[in-house]
Design a protein around this ligand. Structure first.
Ligand code: EPZ
Length: 417
């Protein structure tokens, strides 16, 4: 298993432009299943999740060609083949093929998805919403069999504003028979981006970004060219990496309106920030102050995908901080690894109490999931001495060439097989 070896104590200083948003690009890739014509996707990131999603599209009979950072996708020969467990288990987003196959072919057979081990991650909200739209579903041997012959419209109410369930229902309804209204849907920018992409292909989706989305069905979608939004989680990760190492940075490529909750916390910690459009400048103070309290929740509240990163920052901030994780039930797996590095954290159920210490010390640690793993890299950047972060395949699902980019910013990190 590959690992990072980090020589800590070097502050970050420089500029960086973030990749396209992983959590926009993945549902957009699934949405290409709906279209028989050629689609061009620009700024295609090389996250392993994106590579695996392209593999699924090809297994469905589609043509996917990469030309530098552009993907040329042709769905003319797509068929509703079975999406088996060996690919479905590699990522959570394989579940979006369900909605897209139902949207185009009115039938689908997909194995249960994988994804970060940060909780049970059921798909009951996806399946309830599909059943409410008239989809007949049987589940056996870990496979979901769907028949949307009797697909109908109506008001579909989500018990929880699930990002994936919202996206899957939209994909199913876009070329349905009757108007669908989804109530209590998620409002993340990545959902808006997927809907903008679908509307550019001729779909008629209204209200994306609000908690009520309406879909007027259309007969067909046409080809298009599209550039997805920047990754707000990667942007936030670099800002926190700079804060924790006492440096300064300009991050570009992502609308700063998408992470105002983080900007607010970084200001409270003593960082100086100037944000305009898709550029943000941060200068870290000599000593970070604890932000006191972090509570994750659905957008636009503080994002669960930045919880591990800001908790790590609190381990060397002056004072005590309470971190409450309200989205996933098991998103503190990185905490025992931080404790090996001298962090003072007590985590129980969905709450962690962090008491800042003057510094962390380098250690041998193990990534357990994508964002927790990235946070161990951040801890290594500011720790005294060497840190080895093992099992970095978790991290490479959502960060490309992280070592190279951090070295360009002044860090000392190398990747070893
Ligand atoms: C998406 O996951 C993101 N992944 C996650 O990012 C992100 O953390 C999450 O949304 C929340 O913002 C992608 O977009 C590929 P949910 P998703 O459905 O769709 C429960 C990362 O690090 N739930 O909003 O799986 C679920 O267990 C990843 O980039 C049900 O109970 O998130 C969780 O507790 C991690 N039943 C909560 O809802 C369901 O049917 C939020 O899940 C679906 C979800």
């Amino acid at each position: 298993m590959s690992k990072y070896i980090i020589d800590g104590g070097n502050s970050l200083d420089g500029t960086i432009c973030v990749e396209s948003a992983k959590n926009a690009f993945l549902p957009i890739l699934a949405a290409t299943i709906l279209c028989e014509e050629q689609i061009i996707l620009n700024k295609a990131p090389l996250f392993s999740d994106v590579v695996n999603m392209c593999d699924i599209l090809e297994r469905l009979g589609m043509k996917v060609k990469r030309q530098d950072d552009t993907l040329v996708i042709d769905g003319a020969s797509a068929t509703p083949r079975f999406v088996p467990v060996d690919v479905a288990k590699l990522l959570r987003s394989s579940i979006f093929t369900l909605g897209a196959l139902l949207g185009r072919f009115k039938r689908a057979r997909v194995a249960y998805p994988g994804g970060c081990d940060i909780g049970l991650r059921p798909i009951d909200l996806h399946l309830k919403g599909l059943r409410d739209m008239g989809v007949e579903i049987t589940e056996c041997h870990g496979v979901i069999n769907c028949d949307a012959t009797n697909l109908h419209g109506g008001i579909i109410s989500l018990d929880f504003a699930s990002v994936g369930a919202t996206e899957n229902l939209i994909l199913t309804a876009v070329m349905g028979k009757e108007r669908v209204e989804i109530v209590n849907c998620a409002r993340e920018p990545e959902i808006v981006d997927m809907c903008n992409f679908l509307n550019k292909m001729g779909a008629r989706i209204y209200g994306a970004g609000t908690s009520r989305i309406e879909i007027e069905p259309v007969k067909k979608l046409h080809g298009t060219e599209y550039t997805p939004i920047g990754d707000r989680i990667i942007a936030g990760t670099y800002l926190i990496a700079t804060a924790i190492t006492g440096g300064k940075i300009e991050v570009s490529g992502c609308n700063t309106q998408f992470f105002t909750s983080l900007i607010d916390k970084l200001r409270n910690s003593g960082c100086v920030l100037r944000a305009k459009g898709d550029k943000i400048y941060l200068k870290s103070p000599k000593t970070l102050k604890s932000v006191g309290f972090v509570e994750t929740n659905v957008y636009p509240a503080f994002p669960t995908d930045l919880q591990a990163q800001i908790l790590t920052m609190q381990t060397i901030s002056q004072g005590c901080c309470v971190v409450q994780e309200n989205i996933f039930e098991s998103r503190f797996k990185f905490v025992p690894e931080l404790i090996k590095m001298g962090a003072r954290v007590r985590a129980r159920d969905n709450t962690a109490v962090v008491e800042g210490v003057p510094s962390l010390s380098g250690a041998e640690v193990f990534a357990k999931d994508l964002r927790g793993g990235a946070s161990l890299v951040l801890a290594g950047l500011c720790a005294k001495g060497y840190t080895t972060v093992n099992d970095i395949s978790h991290i490479e699902r959502g960060y490309v060439n992280l070592d190279k980019k951090l070295n360009e910013l002044g860090a000392k990190i190398r990747r070893e097989e």
